[in-house]
Structures are given as C-alpha cells and as structure tokens.
Write a protein that binds this ligand. Sequence first.
Ligand code: COA
Length: 390
Amino acid sequence: MDKQDNNGYVPGLKGIPAAESKISFLDGQAGLLTYRGYPIVELAQQSTFEEAAWVLINGELPNTDELTRFASDLRANRRVKYNVRDIMKFLPIDGDPMEALQTCVASLGMFYPGQERMTANGVNADSEFVEQMIIKILASMATLVAMWERIRRGDDPILPRTDLTYAENFLYMMNEREPDPVEARIMDACLVLHAEHTINASTFAALVCGSTLAPPNLVVASAIGTLAGPLHGGANQRVLNMLDDIGSVENVAGWLDQRLANKQVIWGFGHREYKVKDPRANILQDLLEQLREHRHGQISPLYERAKELERCAEEHLSPKGIFPNVDFYSGLLYEALGIPRDQFTPIFAISRTAGWLAHWKEQITHNRIFRPTQVYTGYEPRSYRPMSLR
Ligand code: COA
C-alpha cells in the first residue's frame, strides 16, 4: 500500500480488498491470470468465448450438453427488439460508440422487463431471471456493437445468424461477409482474453451498481461507462493513434525520450497489478504473428513501430515495473481485422460482459450494499449567510 495517511485513506483503493471472489486470479509478479483456476494461455489457445463465458459464469468447464445448450441459447437471443434500432437511429452518427452502446444496453431492461424478479422473495433474485438476463445481455452485446457500426455508416444492420459462433457472427454482422476461419479464430481468442480480469475499475463499478439490486442491464451499463475511460478500456485506440504520431520506426527512440521527459503517459503500458509484461499482451502478440504468417507477411507497418517502442521502453520503464499491457497489441489485431479504432473499446465491452455478469451473479447470492466511508476535508459546520450579507 502506498500513500496511506493517518485516516487509512488509500488513493485508488490500491491494495484494499473490496470483495471476495472465486472467479479469476492474477499474480502480477509471475504474470499469471486464471479464470476459475484455468490459465488464460490455455483458454486462449484451446477454448472458445462461449466456453470461457460459461466457465466464468458457472464455475466449472461445461460438459457437451451444457455447452451446446448455452451456445444455442446465446444464438437464439442474438436479435434485439426493433425499437432498439430506432433508438440508435436518433443518436448522432459521429457520437462515441461506447456512449451508443451504453445507451442501448441501459434500455434493454425496458424491452425485457422483470426487475421485480431481482428480489423474488424480498431479498434474493429469481435464479431463472438471472440466467435469462445473462443470456439476453451477453447475446445482445455483439449485435448492438455491429448494429451501431452499420447505422452510423448509413447502412441497414445485418441480422445475426444462428449458424455461426459468437466470434464469427460478430465479424459477419460488422463486415457483411463470413469471416476467414483464421480471422474468426483470432477474434474468438481476443474475446476469451478480455473476458475477465479480477476487480478492475469497470468490474468494481458493476459490483457497486449490482449491490443496490439494480437490474443487470444497468449493472453492465455502469461498467461500460467505466470501461470507456482512456486509463482503462479506452487505451487501446490511443495506442494506434500514438503509433501513427510516432511516424516511423526510426523516430521511436527520440519520440519516447521526449514523451517521458514531458512526463506524458505511454498508452498501452503499465498496470496497477502486473509488474511484468501482461500475459495477455504476449498472447495477442503471438496472434499478430499468426495473422502475419497467414497473410504472407502483410501486416500493418505500425506493428514494427510497436515492437520498437516495446524494445526502447524496456530500458526506461521496466525498472519501474512498467511493461506492455493488454491494450498494447489488441488494437493492431482489431485494425487488421478491419475494425474501426473507436470500436476497439466496445469490443472489449462485448467480451468483458461475461466477467461483469459472472461477478454480478456471484455477488447477488450474498449481497451487501457498498457504502464505504470518506475522509472529510471540508469546513466545520458554519452558519448560512443570506445573500444580502455575502
Ligand atoms: N507511461 C509512462 N509512465 C507510466 C505509465 C505509462 N503508461 N504507467 C505508469 N507510469 C509511471 C507513473 O508516471 C508513475 O511514475 P512516478 O512514480 O514517477 O510518478 C508510476 O509509473 C506509477 O504509475 P501510477 O499511475 O501510480 O500507476 P497506477 O497503478 O495508478 O496506474 C495505469 C495504472 C494503467 C492507469 C497506468 O499505468 C497508465 O496510465 N497506463 C496507460 C494507460 C493504459 O494503457 N491503460 C490500460 C490499462 S490495461
């Protein structure tokens, strides 16, 4: 713990446990991340987003029947009500996709009501409602992100298909064509990698909102708002803008020196928990290499700049425990898959919804409303002065 004062206040709650959870674990010194005990490296290589979401939400690897039913429920719930599309049509087309996503997710409870079932017996949520809403929200996320992409381009949204996996269907709805299998597999691995990460800022926001027994679509909407900031999910698109600004591989070293001298942040570097390279960044870099091979070496020139930046930053930042995080390489992959930069964070949100809902489900079984204290640093009580005396 750092910067703790006599009142026990710790800025950013660094090191303060705010929940108990069985969902994920990370060891920032060893660079280990597990979902329900399963290492993220194994899941990214061998599992699928549907299976990883099941593991997070239900605690164990599914058997064949369980996974088939879960995946089929997700497929059956991909369509959203027509009026959600109308909401999008009234949003400004140059608006931020995270705001569009949050707006539409927040509205889902009105189209799929049942809030009274959050306190079925006055305290606990009806478990059928919990399962239904998990499926509905998780299934809708990809549809909403792709729908906004189509609407803002002036195109009709593409209806989801039920014969494709979650990742395949998302790319299909975005690009109006079935994805190449290698690209779909990469998208799937990206969704697995971003699905959960202990009690980060957006998950904490979800827990706080969920602790009031608010409906799950608002729990996810709160988390989406929190993920949007550049210090959290919003960093991935800034990484690419930064690589653009650098201009060339030769400029990297000088750019970095200048940037650090000005005490400016290097996007995609640093993490509150990891003091080594984020294990997800290693996997994403491997995926980039696979895509490069698949495309016979054709990949964005920004990748070479990114590798050079990582190399130069090693000297300056690694002594402080600052290494590439998950956002450093993810944007390069998404851009290579034809996804616009301002949709990178919404894709993060699609995936992280599995983790947010897993935490919501875990918490409401033994809920207690969050109500921390504060250290008051304001005035002592004083008398109100009428306007004429000020
Ligand atoms: N670039 C340059 N310096 C960085 C840095 C970065 N990306 N991340 C941390 N640092 C430096 C800080 O300036 C600070 O230096 P100081 O001790 O000399 O003041 C030190 O490292 C500790 O950083 P701090 O901001 O206290 O860490 P934190 O745990 O509060 O913040 C992040 C973590 C993620 C918010 C921070 O690393 C950051 O802003 N990263 C860039 C944004 C990003 O990529 N976010 C995605 C996270 S997955």
